[in-house]
Design a protein around this ligand. Structure first.
Ligand SMILES: *Cc1c(COP(=O)(O)O)cnc(C)c1O
Length: 429
């Protein structure tokens, strides 16, 4: 049976197959570049594993206090070497990306200190962590003030504004690499490097932290290679490679990571405790696979961009722009189209394909979210997923795909559903 017949079995029409093939034909050169980056990152990961003598002994877990957990301690060295930092905290006890960021911030900001975001409003869930939206146990409640400098209308850094905002209280600067649920471009590692240098030139003691969510392995370098003191992310996104069942990481300067470990467990205990239970193999193997998984996700994102762009939708980044995270934003312009799109992506999933995504309230987010995620790991967004808050301009955020073939199928199914429900026509295309 031909692949196209297999697509027909899934309800994908010959028109959609033909149209998709045409779009994919135009992306060959870009795909080659993505493979090149993946190769470089694959070697980087292998070198870090070899240097730290990863062995079968590392895959045995510990229980209870988790003292002398060889697998956990070695994995942290592997992350630190791969991301070119002095130290790393990589733990299943870090429950998600927001938790990792909250630990990094609250460990390194004390009462009277000020936090600055020079890149506009941070990710939705950080609003309560910081206290932009009032919350119990926010940094604001503990006497940490917050300042923000918005990007200029062309999305560049407002250097003059940042210079004015930095004052004697400014202790930590947080830079979010990826777009989040906002309308702005994702920053390249080089741009983050420039901004970091600008801040360090004003005051070298300011800690620069980068929210690296969705950015890992998209380029051949990370923000920690260009001066960031801490990078933070989630293991159910890029670096978990789809296999990590839970966890987060913080990599950076040793004195900062020590504080994070004290905050995560308890003062005095730090990194010495924290049983790895049964997750070590998955964390190692996931990290090993991550460069290839990220490459597949990037190809899917690029395909989505080129396809929806050709149909007249505004997409960010567009099919020509360089990419710095795995997120593809597609402005669909209406709630109904968002529902159809996510329904199509869900229908392509290996898990829960018979469900239709429904808008729902989610802790940490102020608007209702819609999410297509037929994932093996709950909420994992390195797996193929499409989501977004139900608010103007009704942008869907498409990301992930453990294999490129699945990402491709998801996009084709989204298009098919949009056509079936009368929102798009391929006639004359
Ligand atoms: C996903 C994400 C986070 C953290 O989200 P969790 O769902 O808590 O893992 C933070 N910042 C950005 C930019 C993200 O994409």
């Amino acid at each position: 049976m031909q692949t196209s017949d297999m697509f027909l079995n899934l309800g994908i029409s010959p028109e959609v197959i033909e149209y998709s093939d045409k779009i994919l034909e135009s992306l060959k050169e870009r795909f080659e570049k993505i493979d090149f980056v993946a190769e470089s990152n694959q070697i980087k990961v292998i070198l870090a594993m070899q240097k730290n003598k990863v062995s079968a002994a590392c895959f045995a877990g510990t229980t209870g206090y988790g003292r002398d957990d060889l697998g956990r301690d070695t994995l942290e060295k592997v992350y630190a070497d791969c991301f070119n930092t002095e130290a790393a905290l990589v733990r299943p006890q870090i429950t998600c990306g927001t938790h990792a960021l909250a630990v990094a911030l609250s460990a390194n900001l004390l009462p009277g200190d000020e936090l600055l975001s020079p890149v506009g409003r941070p990710y939705d869930t950080l609003e309560e962590v910081i206290g932009i939206r009032d919350s119990k146990c926010s940094l604001k409640e503990y006497g940490v003030s917050y300042r923000q400098v918005d990007l200029l209308p062309d999305s560049s850094f407002n250097y003059d504004g940042i210079r004015v905002a930095i004052n004697e209280k400014t202790k930590l600067v947080t830079i979010q690499r990826s777009v989040g649920y906002r309308r702005r471009p994702t920053f390249s590692v080089a741009q983050i490097g420039e901004l970091t240098k600008f801040i360090k030139d004003i005051n070298p003691n300011i800690i620069v932290m980068v929210d690296n969510c969705y950015g890992e392995f998209v380029e051949t370098i990370e923000p920690s290679d260009v001066g960031a003191d801490m990078i933070v992310g989630s293991l159910i996104k890029n670096p978990g490679g789809g296999l990590a069942p839970v966890g987060g990481y913080i990599c950076g300067k040793k004195e900062l990571i020590d504080r994070c470990a004290y905050r995560l467990s308890a003062p005095g205990l730090g990194q010495e405790v924290g049983a790895s239970l049964t997750v070590n193999t998955q964390l190692y193997q996931g990290f090993f696979l991550a460069p290839a998984v990220v490459a597949g996700a990037l190809k899917g994102a690029l395909f989505a961009a080129a396809l929806y762009e050709s149909l007249g939708f505004t997409v960010t980044p567009d099919s020509k722009q360089s990419r710095h995270d795995i997120i593809q934003c597609i402005e669909l312009g209406s709630k109904e189209r968002m529902l159809a799109f996510t329904k199509g992506v869900q229908a392509a999933a290996p898990v829960d394909s018979y469900f239709t995504p429904e808008p729902s309230s989610t802790p940490g987010y102020s608007d209702k979210l819609i999410m297509a995620a037929g994932t093996f790991i709950q909420g994992s967004s390195i797996e193929l997923s499409a989501d977004g808050p139900l608010r103007e301009p009704y942008t869907v955020f498409f990301q992930g795909g453990l294999t490129y073939s699945h990402a491709k199928l998801g996009i084709m199914m989204s298009l098919q559903t949009m056509i079936d429900e009368g929102f798009i026509s391929l006639e004359g295309k």
